[in-house]
Design a protein around this ligand. Structure first.
Ligand SMILES: *Cc1c(COP(=O)(O)O)cnc(C)c1O
Length: 234
């Protein structure tokens, strides 16, 4: 017998698939911590939730997950305020590029902006933060591959940019984030990010996605950003 498509069982099975996938993923992260001699629970999972709607995310929250990353301010602003009201301890990271005309909306919604990547944005954030009364922390995005079309500060300029953000703009910079080029080995990019963090005394490293999060954990990631390994291909 085939169930009709609208059968509620069908929806339930989708829900439990996601929570089962979450458990599997968390187990795999713990295993990688052990395998690579990282401290237990030193790596956090940021669920990359772009293009997933609230009905699919809430079961993951109910299963205990709290940390999510979104790419677009507008999409996140449509999706998250209601969930944040319901679950006040949610932690929301912006992992996509931020245009300065969306600074106020981003500051109102996100807890961490991982894509701080240029002086004009640092200035805009520094102006908005006192107005908002909120405290955000920041990661600087580094263009480790030096790709022309990609966001991020170049490895040559990153030290002085971090100093600018901290000293001139008084932004609470805690870490670094990178998205390595799609082709080629990712390890040198993760290693470079870790090296830049160390010499700037930054503790947080956001690196690694579905295809390479174990490698990122090996090389020091403190948070991995995973979407498709959890939800399937978008
Ligand atoms: C979508 C996205 C991810 C997750 O990518 P997957 O390959 O689906 O795990 C991580 N980081 C950023 C910045 C993303 O946009």
């Amino acid at each position: 017998m085939t169930l009709p498509f609208s059968n509620p069982q069908e929806e339930l099975s989708i829900v439990s698939d996601d929570t089962a996938a979450l458990r599997t993923l968390l187990t795999s992260i713990s295993q990688a911590e052990r395998e690579f001699s990282r401290a237990p629970n030193s790596v956090r999972l940021t669920i990359a939730s772009k293009q997933q709607d609230a009905t699919r995310l809430e079961p993951l929250i109910l299963a205990g997950h709290r940390l999510f990353g979104e790419n677009r301010v507008q999409e996140a602003a449509a999706k998250w305020p209601e969930l944040k009201n319901k679950y006040p301890d949610l932690e929301l990271h912006l992992i996509g590029p931020l245009q300065t005309n969306k600074t106020a909306a981003a500051v109102a919604l996100f807890d961490v902006i991982e894509t701080l990547d240029r002086p004009s944005l640092a200035e805009s954030l520094a102006k908005e933060l006192p107005r908002s009364g909120r405290h955000l922390t920041f990661y600087v995005q580094v263009n480790t591959g030096g790709e022309l079309q990609k966001a991020g500060v170049s490895p040559e300029e990153v030290d002085s940019f971090i100093t600018l953000c901290r000293d001139d703009y008084r932004l609470d910079v805690r870490g670094l984030m990178c998205i390595p080029p799609v082709s080629g080995h990712v390890s040198p990019h993760f290693a470079l990010l870790a090296q830049i963090a160390k010499r700037n005394n930054l503790k947080q490293l956001s690196m690694g996605m579905s295809s390479d999060y174990k490698l990122a954990i090996q090389l020091g990631a403190t948070t991995v950003r995973v979407g498709s390994a959890l939800f399937g291909n978008r």
